[in-house]
Design a binder for this molecule. Structure first.
Ligand code: AMP
Ligand code: TRP
Length: 334
């Protein structure tokens, strides 16, 4: 079986360093060895209400981030989910394969729905089934994601297996492998090292966004939470020091060195030294991507043309697989 990569990012604004280090950066390297599809998952975004104008702008922004980071939309496929209606169609079939008991275990739903679960959209609940559809629609074999998506990937594997079993189609859907790579698979908030860096944190200081300029990046790192000790000498000594672990992990990822190397470089020094060098490095690595994103989004027609072309090529892969699914399920006319 040929290796095929698929991943998705939601167009919900405030694209941040965690999205970049946990996911988007890893998309780039896979292009040399795999056929890749990178999807802006606008249908996932609306599981929480999105202003329609902002959704459109955010969709272009995520596409621009892929391209600015180094994804090649000519040799690979960049598209938005809603333009390929087979995602919704397969998601319905998978809604009927997936089990309530499986979804009830999903921690992301519990976090996002919060205390008032009765008020969460039904879409938010079945969100992982749509994600399974995104992957299985292309029979993707590898899925680069941040650590927080591991559970959703396991569900996708269970759904693939149950579909194959129920419809006596052994090996039809492959078992997708998560690719969770690098020293920053879970970037934490700069204000609280025990909380994930997220698009929806009310504090702007909690995250570095891909569009932050040098002054904002420097300020956010300067204000990042620390503890009172000097930086540790070993990985074991990071235990119980979430802020130190986070800043060193970010440094290592941006410098493209193992965490151990970053620990060695700053062993025994003060946070101020790490912060200074981290700010410099982050400005150097993130700044140009943000600039390119701004340039690309100033020309929405070009971004839209890239998405339309990607969607057309995605459909060409998806439709024959969807036709097989219809046939296996027993839908007439297929
Ligand atoms: P989302 O913004 O939820 O669509 O996430 C897009 C990608 O970024 C997924 O692969 C996530 O796992 C990844 N991601 C989101 N937040 C973080 C974070 N704080 N650290 C590492 N990866 C993240
Ligand atoms: N659920 C993912 C997130 O929030 C986004 C996503 C949707 C995705 N479909 C996907 C990721 C398919 C990988 C593959 O981060």
């Amino acid at each position: 079986m040929t290796a095929r990569v698929l991943s998705g990012v939601q167009p919900t604004g405030n694209l941040h360093l965690g999205n970049y280090l946990g996911a988007i950066r890893n998309f780039v390297g896979l292009q040399d060895t795999h056929e890749c599809l990178y999807c802006v998952v606008d249908m996932h975004a609306i599981t929480v209400f999105q202003d329609p104008k902002e959704l459109a702008a955010n969709t272009r922004e995520v596409a621009a981030a892929f391209i600015a980071a180094g994804v090649d939309p000519k040799n690979h496929i960049v598209f938005n989910q809603a333009q390929v209606s087979q995602h919704a169609e397969l998601a319905w079939v998978l809604n009927c394969v997936s089990r309530m008991g499986w979804l009830n275990r999903m921690t992301q739903f519990k976090e996002k729905a919060g205390k008032d679960r009765e008020k969460a959209s039904v879409g938010l609940y079945v969100y992982p089934n749509l994600m399974a559809a995104d992957i299985l629609l292309y029979k993707a074999t590898h899925v680069p994601v941040g650590e927080d998506q591991k559970q959703h990937l396991e569900l996708a594997r269970d759904i693939a297996q149950k579909f194959n079993h129920d419809f006596k189609a052994e090996g039809f859907f492959p078992q997708p492998e998560p690719l969770i790579q690098g020293p920053a698979t879970r970037v934490m908030s700069l204000r609280d090292g025990t909380k994930k860096m997220s698009k929806s944190d009310p504090s702007d200081l909690s995250r570095i966004t891909m569009l932050d300029g040098p002054d904002e990046i420097a300020k956010k790192i300067r204000k990042a939470k620390t503890d009172t000790q000097a930086l540790p000498e070993t990985k074991e000594q990071l235990e119980g020091r979430p802020e130190a672990a986070n800043l060193l992990g970010i440094y290592a990822a941006l410098a493209d060195v193992p965490l151990e190397a970053a620990i060695g470089q700053f062993a025994g020094s003060q946070f101020s030294n790490l912060k200074e060098q981290l700010a410099e490095l982050a400005i150097e690595k993130i700044g140009p991507i943000g600039e390119e994103m701004k340039r690309l989004t100033q020309d929405p027609a070009t971004v839209d043309a890239i998405l339309a072309d990607g969607a057309e090529r995605a459909r060409a892969i998806a439709e024959p697989i969807m036709a097989e699914v219809r046939h296996k399920v027993g839908f007439l006319g297929s």
